[in-house]
Design a protein around this ligand. Structure first.
Ligand code: IMP
Ligand code: MG
Length: 421
């Protein structure tokens, strides 16, 4: 009947999985619409920790159908690894997964080229996850991609020969990398096709049909607005539209069904990989916040860069995504601070600017506001009035500055450590 979207408002790792998991109970279908196994979504249920890269985290709910939409780039190896892990933990993943026939497949050469290009770029590298994401999307645009639907076609061999030939020319002449052999690749892909053939669908048709029948859908974003190929800090971005437009294109759901767009934001900011980060902290302050927030990448294990809340980034995310609300996560991480800073705005060459610049974010100067800390454990808070006054003042100030209502506050990693407003 209606669709909800959960989208990252910062540079990814905002705690989307926790919020999605929290919302999943009342949802029939969950859809991933972009990105691939570069994502790392961590969910804590009791003492069980799950890290998802490709499969929507909603799979943990026994009745939820999880859909991998056409906008995703699917890594067969990562997919099977994740499914096997879930099955070994008694979660009937294959019974409740649906895979778009229009998904592009990540092939071994995509990862080889991604890793090679990053190494060759030296100081100019993007800091990718080396999962082959960007190279696979590039091939999609170059019209030399292989799709899930091709795997089930009698023309697979023919299509693969054309692709491997084209890629081998590149591997050899452009990158001086070893060529890919077609026979073992064809065999691997044929085996993969056998495993997935029962769950492949035209997912746009399927999802619109389910919505028309009164079902509820949650669209699960990966990465965040700051990493969007168009609206992020290009070139230090991922290779897909992580934002609302990408959710429509990458799922094939009619936009008319989309009634709610929830932006996820930490009560501070983090970023993995290279690129500008105006409110970034350095030295001891950086170490302190990283440690308090356990800010290490779920996919690559890299230490995340950390900084204060950035209002202009969220205002940008609100505009681009049409946010109807914000879920504020990890506010408990700030509980030990005497004072907390907010990056309340930007100045460029001494003049205040009311925008998140498309280029030249490196050059802005941040205007900070300093707020008193609350110095109390808030992890037991379950309603707004349980929060200490200084914490509520901090939250109110974020709402005032971003002009987006906060709908949910997360005060810990557990499902129950959540305040709904
Ligand atoms: P790629 O998506 O692997 O090509 O990496 C491009 C940029 O996006 C790099 O800065 C990565 O660190 C970043 N990135 C990709 N996926 C995630 C994610 O799930 N969380 C945070 N950053 C990500
Ligand atoms: Mg993550």
């Amino acid at each position: 009947m209606s669709a909800k979207l959960v989208v990252g408002a910062q540079w990814g790792d905002e705690g989307k999985a926790k919020v999605i998991d929290f919302l999943s109970g009342e949802i029939n279908l969950i859809v991933r619409y972009q990105g691939g196994a570069n994502a790392g979504h961590t969910v804590l249920v009791g003492d069980q920790k799950y890290i998802f890269h490709l499969i929507p985290s909603g799979i943990l709910y026994p009745k939820t159908i999880c859909v991998i939409g056409n906008g995703v780039v699917l890594d067969p190896v990562a997919f099977i690894t994740e499914v096997d892990d879930l099955m070994s933990r008694n979660i009937d993943a294959m019974e409740r997964l649906v895979l778009s026939d229009a998904c592009h497949l990540i092939l071994p050469m995509h990862q080889m080229i991604d890793a090679h290009r990053e190494t060759a770029a030296g100081g100019k590298k993007i800091g990718t996850t080396k999962r082959g994401i960007g190279i696979c999307y590039a091939d999609k645009m170059m019209r030399v991609g292989l799709r899930v639907g091709d795997l089930l076609s009698h023309r697979l061999r023919e299509r693969l020969e054309h692709i491997v030939e084209a890629k081998n020319r590149e591997l050899k002449n452009l990158y001086n990398l070893p060529e890919v052999k077609i026979d073992p690749l064809f065999e691997d892909l044929s085996k993969f096709a056998q495993k997935i053939k029962g769950i492949v669908k035209n997912t746009s048709l399927y999802l619109n049909g389910e919505l028309a029948r009164g079902k509820t859908v949650l669209l699960e974003g990966a990465q965040g607005t700051g990493l969007d190929i168009d609206y992020g800090t290009y070139p230090y971005v991922t290779s897909s539209n992580t934002t609302t437009g990408g959710a429509i294109a990458g799922s094939g759901i009619s936009f008319q069904y989309l009634k709610e767009v929830i932006g996820i934001s930490k009560a501070y900011t983090t970023r993995v990989g290279e690129g500008p980060f105006p409110t970034e902290l350095h030295g001891e302050e950086e170490e302190r916040l990283r440690k308090l927030g356990s800010e290490f990448g779920a996919t690559t294990g890299r230490p995340r860069r950390v900084g204060w809340f950035d209002v202009e980034l969220i205002r940008h995310a609100s505009r681009v995504n049409g946010l109807t609300g914000i879920a504020l996560t990890k506010i408990d991480v700030l509980s030990s601070y005497d004072q907390i800073k907010i990056g309340a705005g930007y100045k460029l060459k001494g003049e205040k600017i009311d925008a998140f610049p498309s280029t030249g974010l490196e050059d802005v100067e941040v205007i900070y506001e300093t707020m008193p800390g609350w110095k109390t454990d808030i992890s037991k808070a379950r309603k707004l009035s349980d929060l200490p006054p200084a914490c509520r003042t901090y939250v109110d100030r974020l709402v005032e500055l971003t002009e987006v209502p906060i709908k949910l506050i997360s005060v810990g990693a557990g499902r129950e450590e959540t305040i709904v407003l």
